[in-house]
Design a protein around this ligand. Structure first.
Ligand code: FE2
Length: 417
């Protein structure tokens, strides 16, 4: 952890020269992950999945992306689905991404067939952190799939791969979608970037001014629609479903070697190890980016079959946090009523979370619903297990006592719809 290293440097009474400076703070690497920003997966039937996630979870399409033109013309008939979807639950242009798996396997020469995860994406603090982070990772032999800037989404990025070949991404500056719900029009993307730019780069404001000067129609972007009738009273607001996804994550993945992955995600990526458990002889590790108990959980591959999960992917689950416990319970009733299978798994596998259940998506992937995540303070210590509530998955209570850190952590900004 960074503060331990800082303490090490102070041993002789004066701070030694730090390895890197991030905004004037001495750190071990030139970037610092602030939060899990988005998550993406490749799916078998992208239209079915889009419908599933839009209707059941309220993710709205921020922009489609058509990969079809990247195919040789003579192959296009072999791929009925060529469109992927950037989806969002809040103002970030995308927090959840689904791409057509079959097409991506064809287009990407080094496609990782062991997983359906297409990105685990981390927000850093500045464009400089992305640019210097790219060079720092590259210099350490970390394989980087690509770097540059995403259109749509406008975020600057670099894509390092983890030891199992999972694509991670560090980014700065994702597009924010405002009150009118329109994404940035294609005409505002003034140029493409296929590597990190020379710094300093002009601001977003300057880019938008240039687009406006070229008479770009600001309402020509995509405006995702609510597919359901808004009939549910959700704490005083009528919504299409009786809950609101207020945060994405944690991401749970299976890895070949938990110790090797912990080393990568802490030493290279800079996440902090919050807690490790041993469950049925399996070591599992929980890492955080900010004050949340974990945003990334690592489980050994050997556990996958024991949990009855598909051998087709290293994805255990993607989490969606809802606003409160009542919404969590209402969400399970709602999803069950829409023919969505709900699973409950041993709570010991999810330290830092109390009541939680999993919805099964059209590909059999698990979407973890929960409302509470323990928060971690300056000293990095999680709550002792004996002070955590006991979870009886067969008998969820009508209400729960508020923990000392109830409603702490990342706050959802803006209205729920
Ligand atoms: Fe991304």
């Amino acid at each position: 952890m960074a503060h331990e290293n800082d303490a090490e440097r102070m041993k002789d009474g004066a701070p030694a020269q730090p390895a890197c400076l991030v905004g004037g703070l001495g750190m071990d690497r030139p970037f610092h992950i602030r939060r899990l920003g988005h998550f993406g997966m490749d799916v078998e039937d992208v239209e079915l999945s889009r419908e599933f996630y839009a209707r059941n979870f309220g993710f709205r399409v921020a922009d489609p992306i058509d990969f079809g033109p990247r195919l040789p013309a003579e192959e296009r008939a072999d791929f009925p689905q060529t469109t992927g979807y950037f989806m969002r639950h809040g103002a970030d242009h995308h927090s959840f991404v689904i791409f057509p798996r079959k097409l991506r396997m064809r287009l990407l020469p080094h496609y990782n067939k062991r997983t359906t995860i297409n990105q685990i994406t981390w927000q850093v603090g500045s464009l400089r952190e992305v640019a210097e982070g790219f060079r720092w990772l590259d210099a350490r032999g970390v394989k980087i799939a690509r770097s540059g800037r995403d259109n749509p989404g406008s975020n600057w990025h670099a894509y390092p791969l983890d030891p199992d070949g999972h694509t991670n991404e560090i980014y700065y500056g994702i597009e924010q979608i405002g009150w009118d719900g329109f994404s940035k029009p294609a005409g505002m993307h003034r140029r493409d970037y296929h590597t990190t730019p020379a710094l300093p780069h002009r601001s977003e404001y300057a880019e938008v001014m240039e687009g406006l000067a070229h008479d770009v129609d600001v309402t020509s972007g995509t405006r995702g629609e609510e597919p359901l009738e808004e009939v549910h009273d959700v704490s005083g607001v009528l919504l299409g479903r009786p809950f609101k996804v207020t945060k994405i994550g944690p991401v749970r993945i299976f890895v070949e070697d938990v110790a090797r992955s912990v080393d990568f995600y802490t030493r290279v990526m800079g996440l902090r190890l919050t807690e490790e458990i041993v469950w049925n002889g399996h070591r599992c590790a929980f890492l955080r980016a900010n004050v949340e108990h974990h945003s990334l959980a690592l489980y050994p591959l050997a556990l996958r079959a024991q949990l009855g999960l598909s051998p087709d992917t290293t994805l255990f689950s993607i989490g969606v946090q809802v606003a409160d416990y009542q919404q969590l319970k209402d969400a399970l009733v709602f999803l069950s009523g829409r023919n969505t299978q709900i699973r409950k798994l041993p709570p010991e596998l999810f330290p830092g979370v109390d009541y939680t259940a999993f919805a099964v998506d059209p590909d059999g992937r698990l979407v973890q619903l929960y409302y509470y995540m323990e928060t971690i303070g300056w000293d990095g210590r999680p709550r002792p297990p004996e002070l955590r509530p006991r979870i009886d998955n067969d008998d969820w209570p009508a209400y729960v006592p508020a923990q000392s850190d109830a409603f702490c952590g990342e706050t959802f900004m803006g209205p729920w719809s």
